[in-house]
Design a protein around this ligand. Structure first.
Ligand code: FES
Length: 169
């Protein structure tokens, strides 16, 4: 897959991914019969494998299933669960739903941003944490609530949040 068949007019050379990594994408695409109808599961599985969907991978998949790269870009940017930049090892999701907001979610965000030196949507330099602000995570009784990976932490205060994060290596 070195020649771009789509309409994006972009170079399809993949510089940051190794041949064996591209072979993994080939396997995912083949598993779904290289059919455009399966674009979402193909993208999901690719993201699970690589952690994110950079433009190079989007173009590679576009060639593999013979659709314009612009179409894939549109899908990736439409759905919030797709990422185009690498995430940290631990994803911090601060709930900013109503219950959490009124109980201090924004103070938590300010504290995390200042302690980790990142803004919402960014990842720490050591790739340990990515910070996100999200809507209700269904733990309103524990407001303000923070998810770190799969773990829910409730009634979090600015004084407690760094102790919680320090548990994650
Ligand atoms: S509003 Fe935060 S968990 Fe529901």
């Amino acid at each position: 897959m070195s020649e771009c068949k789509c309409t994006c007019n972009q170079d399809t050379e993949i510089e940051v991914f190794l041949p064996e990594q591209l072979a993994q994408i080939d396997a995912i695409v083949a598993k779904y019969g290289a059919k455009p109808n399966y674009l979402i599961p193909i993208l999901k599985e690719t993201q699970e494998t690589f952690g994110y969907l950079p433009a190079q991978l989007q173009r590679y998949i576009a060639v593999g299933i013979n659709v314009p790269a612009s179409h894939i870009f549109g899908v990736v940017t439409f759905y919030a669960f797709f990422n185009t930049v690498p995430r940290g090892k631990h994803l911090i999701k601060v709930c900013t739903g109503t219950a959490c907001y009124v109980k201090g979610a924004m103070e938590l965000i300010v504290k995390i941003e200042s302690e980790l030196g990142i803004k919402v949507g960014e990842t720490t330099e050591d790739k340990k944490f990515t910070l996100e602000a999200v809507r209700c995570i269904g733990a309103c009784g524990l407001a303000p609530a923070v998810l770190v990976g799969e773990d829910t932490h409730g009634m979090v205060t600015p004084g407690k949040i760094m102790d919680i994060l320090r548990r994650y290596e």
